[in-house]
Design a protein around this ligand. Structure first.
Ligand code: BGC
Length: 764
């Protein structure tokens, strides 16, 4: 009996050992990813390999079912998880569990100047994506703000490569910490929307490397993004989704990128180029799904049957294919095959809180002047904001706070192109203020009618915004109500409709649309206590600026919009956002427009439009500085309800460690004190100036920033390290970054024009 038992145990033991033996390497979680990738690759058939490098539906690509790799699901991006569309049509799938939290648009995130919030943003979005079964979010976007007409600037992080780099890295890290891939877009030089499939960008190597690439490079080398999306446009006459220089040379060779290059939807144009020039996954080609299909349209993708045929005919070996598949498998192990991946949750209070925090820190107080008022509201000598509740009469007095404008009531999460969302809730500015000002009278006047539609791809806001009154009637009503108000708060700006802040088109003009200027001018004549809250992702012309005491930049801030705006306007939260771009008075003060370098010139034949970035490296404040232009609101500008005092900056050399690649050379210190009577946060900015150089350099460039929170009377010493890379420019003759010995200055500022102290130092 005993010997039978021993025999059975022995057999079971050897079965276990055999079962373990049989665990294929590619499924063995104790092995490193590269080993598993190679093992999986060896097992895959040609068909299986071809299948994983292109889409199988609008947003998914196939896994390898035979080997246990599930389908791979992407989704927009970048401000929330886009609702599901049908398998092969853009119409809604009609799910009832795909409403999400809308986080603030990326311009707002950049305006927080707070990398910690970017991390929180990425984490929260990652959790929403997981719940929704998405493995890759198509975002974040980091194309540089070159012209305020770009319809897609709201999806990006402003004009400065340093700021965008610091803000994009934590977003990626947060998202990917949840096992959801980022897909940083649109690589590269996608700086306007009109004719985005035809624009061929002509740009110097220097501007490419100093202005347009740094945020992508940081996303790759520091953020370790697993995905990058090629842009629609061309560079050196080659589409960027299969561009030899951008993808093979810079991205994969120089930056050692090991993730996938995903085409923008419909951005692939040629099999040979797609095979050889660095594209790994093709999406969105022939998306009608009907006309081109053999079995289905996806077989006709450039990287599907046509590619397979070329391999079979011997035009290509599987060398390029294997390289693409390796990258895709790596992506699978990082996401769908990551057994540690959490489950995620949707629309949680923690996500609303994250959205609200980003919104509250990103809203920028642009102007805040005092107004004298005849009928004697207390505190008239103080700046107009925050709304002084103690001076507001309650009760029957009538409308004390008058809210005006379509943007006070219009839902902004629907529209704008692929970043459009289906939200569980979106608090409008009017509702936000009404909730916050309970007990006071908050009246509303429409003021102007903009775009009353509210749908995108079958998601509708359900709002009925039709109003047939004439411009004059709308203005007259608002003026009448303004006459008896203590505060007039106008919510205007742009919206997410075509030719506003919207993918696929650029704005037609810098001016505010829909007769808003006439409205504002009429209102300030009736009542000086006007606050203009600009809802947009772009700067706009403000010809009435001298007459309007308070102006707030309110961005597109998603679900928590009204709550966040109300807390800033009432002063529950002290504003601390700073502009991530220069806000010029007129369009001609932007380099691209001053030089007629937008939108480019059509080539003969009408197929390609050449857009030469003639302003070169002088984008945004670099252009304003060079031409001594005073912006209406400079880059880095943003006011607070408290005030900060800066000490004198000091600098000292650091002990140089030979080992570290980009070791600190100098340490700069500056003390900042809150001299007002409220808690507040200040973003201290470090700009570097090269005094003498062999090449033209910007007057100064942002190379550091720190956001500090200070109580009244509190002070803090802020420290910056200055490294060689902060002093370098891209030498296009040598093809490398160079720091020339000589004199430099470190400037400490509260904005790019409000410079508090300057200290000289030398690079030996
Ligand atoms: C946009 C991308 C987006 C994709 C998928 C394209 O038109 O340019 O940003 O991720 O569509 O919706």
């Amino acid at each position: 009996m005993r010997s039978i038992y021993i025999l059975m145990v022995g057999v079971m033991f050897s079965m276990t050992v055999k079962a373990q033996d049989r665990t294929p390497l590619y499924l063995d979680a104790t092995k490193d990813i590269e080993t598993r990738v190679e093992d999986a690759l060896k097992r895959m058939t040609l068909d299986e390999k071809i299948r994983v490098i292109h889409a199988q539906s609008k947003f998914s690509s196939a896994g390898v079912p035979r080997l246990g790799f599930p389908d791979f699901w992407t989704d927009d991006g970048p401000h929330g998880v886009r609702p599901d569309v049908l398998w092969d049509q853009w119409e809604q799938a009609g799910q009832t569990n795909d409403s999400c939290v809308a986080f603030p648009a990326l311009t707002c995130l950049a305006a927080t100047w707070n990398p910690q919030l970017s991390l929180l943003y990425g984490e929260s979005l990652g959790e929403e994506a997981l719940y929704r079964g998405k493995d890759m979010i198509l975002g974040p976007g980091v194309n540089i703000y070159r012209t305020p007409l770009n319809g897609r600037n709201f999806e990006y992080m402003g004009e400065d490569p340093f700021l965008a780099s610091r803000m994009v890295v934590p977003y990626i890290q947060g998202l990917q910490s949840k096992g959801v891939s980022a897909c940083v877009k649109h690589y590269a030089l996608n700086n306007d929307e009109n004719f985005r499939h035809q624009v061929n960008v002509i740009v110097s190597d220097r501007a490419l490397h100093e202005i347009y690439l740094p945020a992508f490079k940081a996303a790759v080398t520091e953020g370790k993004t697993w995905g990058i999306m090629g842009a629609y446009n061309l560079y050196k006459d080659q589409h960027n989704c299969h561009n030899a220089i951008l993808l093979n040379k810079i991205l994969k060779q120089d930056w050692q990128y090991d993730g996938v290059v995903v085409s923008d939807w419909g951005g692939t144009h040629d099999t040979d180029e797609a095979v050889t020039n660095g594209l790994d996954m093709e999406f969105g080609t022939w998306t009608d799904g009907l006309t081109m299909g053999a079995t289905n349209a996806y077989d006709n993708y450039f990287l599907a049957e046509p590619y397979k045929r070329m391999i079979k005919e011997g035009k290509y070996t599987t060398r390029e294919l294997d390289e693409k598949v390796r990258r895709v498998l790596r992506l699978f192990y990082r996401t769908t095959m990551n057994r540690q991946r959490p489950h995620g949750f949707l629309c949680s209070e923690s996500h609303y809180e994250a959205a609200r925090k980003v919104a509250e820190e990103g809203i920028v107080l642009l102007k805040n002047a005092p107004v004298s008022r005849e009928n004697g509201v207390k505190g008239a000598e103080k700046p107009l904001l925050p709304i002084d509740l103690s001076a507001l009469p309650t009760g029957e007095h009538g409308g004390r706070v008058l809210v005006v404008g379509e943007n006070a009531i219009k839902m902004m999460t629907v529209g704008g192109g692929s970043s459009s969302l289906k939200v569980q809730r979106e608090v409008s500015p009017l509702d936000g203020l009404r909730n916050r000002l309970k007990g006071f009278e908050v009246d509303y006047a429409r003021g102007y009618v903009g775009d009353v539609t509210g749908d995108y791809n079958g998601v509708t806001t359900g709002q009925s915004l039709n109003d047939s009154r004439s411009e004059a009637e709308l203005i007259a009503e608002a003026v009448e109500k303004a006459k008896v108000a203590d505060y007039v708060i106008v919510f205007g700006g742009l919206n997410k409709s075509d030719f506003q802040d919207c993918e696929g088109t650029d704005r037609k003009e810098y001016a505010l649309p829909y007769a808003q200027n006439a409205l504002v001018e009429a209102l300030v004549k009736a009542n000086r206590r006007v606050v203009f809250v600009n809802i947009s992702g772009n700067a706009v012309a403000m010809p009435w600026i001298k007459d309007v005491p308070a102006v707030v930049q309110g961005w597109f801030i998603g679900s928590e919009s009204g709550n966040a705006l109300a807390s800033i306007l009432v002063g529950d939260v002290n504003p601390s956002g700073k502009l991530p771009f220069s806000w010029m008075e007129s369009l001609e003060e932007y380099g691209a427009h001053a030089l007629g370098a937008y939108p480019g010139t059509w080539r003969e034949g009408g197929k390609i439009i050449d857009e030469e970035y003639k302003e070169d490296i002088f984008v945004g404040y670099r252009w304003a500085d060079k031409h001594k232009l005073q912006p209406l609101f400079p880059f880095g500008h943003g006011l607070s309800y408290t005030a900060f005092e800066y000490g004198k900056a000091t600098i000292e050399p650091c002990e140089m460690s030979q080992q570290a690649a980009d070791a600190p050379m100098y340490r700069l210190r500056v003390e900042v004190r809150n001299i007002g009577d409220r808690d507040g946060a200040e973003t201290v900015q470090l700009y570097i100036r090269d005094i003498k150089s062999s090449v033209p350099r910007p007057v100064k460039e942002l190379k550091g920033f720190r956001k500090v929170v200070l109580k009244p009377g509190e002070s803090r010493e802020v420290e910056f390290n200055i490294t060689r890379s902060h002093l370098s420019f891209y030498d296009d003759a040598k093809g490398e970054w160079v720091a020339e010995p000589g004199k430099f200055e470190a400037w400490i500022g509260s904005s790019s024009t409000d410079i508090k102290s300057k200290v000289p130092f030398v690079l030996e």
